[in-house]
Design a protein around this ligand. Sequence first.
Ligand SMILES: Nc1nc2c(ncn2[C@@H]2O[C@H](COP(=O)(O)O)[C@@H](O)[C@H]2O)c(=O)[nH]1
Ligand code: MN
Ligand code: MN
Length: 309
Amino acid sequence: MVLDPGKLTAHVPSSRAMAHRNPPSQGKVTVTVDEYSSNPTQAFTHYNINQSRFQPPHVHMVEPIPYDAPKPSGHTRFVCVSDTHSRTDGIQMPYGDVLLHTGDFTELGLPSEVKKFNDWLGSLPYEFKVVIAGNHELTFDKDFMAELVKQDYYRFPSVSKLRPEDFDDVQALLSNCTYLQDSEVTVKGFRIYGAPWTPWFNGWGFNLPRGQSLLDKWNQVPEGIDVLMTHGPPLGFRDWVPKDLQRVGCVELLNTVQQRVRPKLHAFGGIHEGYGIMTDGCTTFINSSTCTASFQPTNPPIVFDLPNP
Ligand SMILES: Nc1nc2c(ncn2[C@@H]2O[C@H](COP(=O)(O)O)[C@@H](O)[C@H]2O)c(=O)[nH]1
Ligand SMILES: [Mn+2]
Ligand SMILES: [Mn+2]
């Protein structure tokens, strides 16, 4: 698909309004904690009924472009994958320029898994490869590991028995990509920002409470980026968990994306059942979870073309 921002109608839903524009001299939007932050299913219903916030024509599903569609001239092709969970062997990778992996590339963040993932990255011919962690990359979350070594041997025994020197520099094992953690990189003129945080769920890595804690992380995302990479979805976009009948996307992430940052592409995974593409008329949202809900690596990578900046 080709996204021409000049031909799109910018859509900024009027939220009850967890964001406001500061005086014109500053021009910066400030996002604050949403009143429905702690209950995303209720937030979705409220904003959908009262503001049509997730309704057509602005919000709709998008069909993936076929792998053999020619890349338009003056465009860069992004290849999105996520949640490969150490199961990369059978994945058929398509042509593209920049690989984006949005976390959960391992099951537990064991150094052996990270090395295997890095070898796989090394075998791929993309010009640039950009990776973030997910909640399964336990060894990448230093605070998580500090707590784990103090207490919880039986939950993750193979992680607990690692010595600090085994994982202190685990990021360095990712020598075949650019690893982002609350940081950005510019590739082919595109500013790409990545962050691993997800709403607390069963106490995994990079989990934070909904509300101000997560908003503090999203507030670090700079304006002007072209591509945002997070592990989990924002509210309402590929975030439905059928088995729990719940929306689980982050409300503050949605408000940050739609009201302040407005990237051209928001790539994520996290909710395996949410694999697919949507748009709100400004940002294209891609959940590229390779693994299904039963951890079968059967969802194909998603390609996406953006006009060069
Ligand atoms: N109800 C919720 N379910 C969640 C949440 N985060 C994840 N999940 C479910 O787990 C799988 C796998 O996630 P993983 O991080 O272990 O790979 C995901 O597809 C969902 O079914 C959540 O916040 N709430
Ligand atoms: Mn996952
Ligand atoms: Mn995950």
